[in-house]
Design a binder for this molecule. Structure first.
Ligand code: SF4
Length: 246
């Protein structure tokens, strides 16, 4: 991963918020067959904290909402970084804070909510489910969630990410995933697959179908974010113009 990756951005449309892409010790699952985002990690927690503090220093609190993302789960961020997140929320008046968390780390969510709730900050948890077709998700994508049903996932999480443009998907499967996501979660974030170093490659025909037939239906839905490029939230690209994040 590039050292000069863009790690701070402002999302101005739909649920406006600031976003920081922080670095932690790395995703502990690392087996998803479509992902190389887990390469963004360091075992040097002091270096991670320095990098993360630089990003958090840019937060202005203009929307009172902040999204914190990192490869893996919030539990992979070091303690000093988590303390810095708390500080920036208090200093900049953040009232809604979004984190990501893998299914395997869900036991830590209740404590996180309690900690921030004591500070009058609502925490929203996002999970990359990619699809609610559990057989496809686990046998092909190897997401590491077994056969959990949407209601079980929604008992822990507020928001979900879907991944479209994969071989084996159809228009009907993508639409069913969006409808399920909207039925069980507050917000749905759709990512369109882009080629990276992982084994699964995008299916151009499926991406075309999504863009022509589903994008027009959901582009104005306020509860749906659609990232046609993986840098759509403004983070993950390189300062020199490349892209890194999946
Ligand atoms: S998609 Fe998420 S959980 Fe899966 S390997 Fe990548 S970072 Fe880890």
């Amino acid at each position: 991963m590039e050292k000069d990756m863009i790690r701070y951005s402002v999302i101005t449309e739909k649920n406006p918020r600031e976003i920081v892409l922080l670095r932690g010790s790395g995703c502990r699952w690392r087996r998803c067959r479509f992902c190389d985002y887990h390469l963004d990690f360091s075992s040097d927690s002091a270096a991670n904290f320095r990098l993360n503090q630089q990003q958090l220093n840019q937060v202005t609190g203009k929307y009172r909402r902040l999204e914190v993302i990192n490869s893996g789960s919030f539990t992979d961020l070091d303690e000093t970084t988590m303390a810095a997140v708390k500080d920036v929320c208090l200093n900049k008046g953040i009232k809604q804070l979004h984190f990501e968390c893998h299914w395997n780390d869900r036991a830590a969510i209740a404590g996180l909510r309690r900690d921030f709730s004591a500070l009058n900050i609502a925490v929203k948890l996002k999970i990359g489910v990619e699809t609610f077709d559990a057989l496809f998700r686990e046998s092909y994508l190897v997401k590491g969630m077994d056969g959990v049903e949407p209601a079980e996932i929604a008992a822990f999480y507020d928001e979900c990410c879907l991944l479209f443009g994969l071989p084996g998907q159809t228009r009907a499967s993508m639409e069913k995933d969006i409808r399920t996501g909207l039925a069980f979660f507050e917000r749905v974030c759709i990512n369109i697959m882009e080629e990276n170093t992982a084994p699964i490659k995008p299916d151009p025909a499926m991406i075309d179908i999504f863009k022509k037939e589903l994008f027009p239906l959901y582009k104005d839905e306020p509860r749906v974010d659609i990232l046609l490029q993986n840098t759509g939230f403004g983070v993950g690209g390189c300062l020199n113009g490349g892209e890194n994040r999946d």
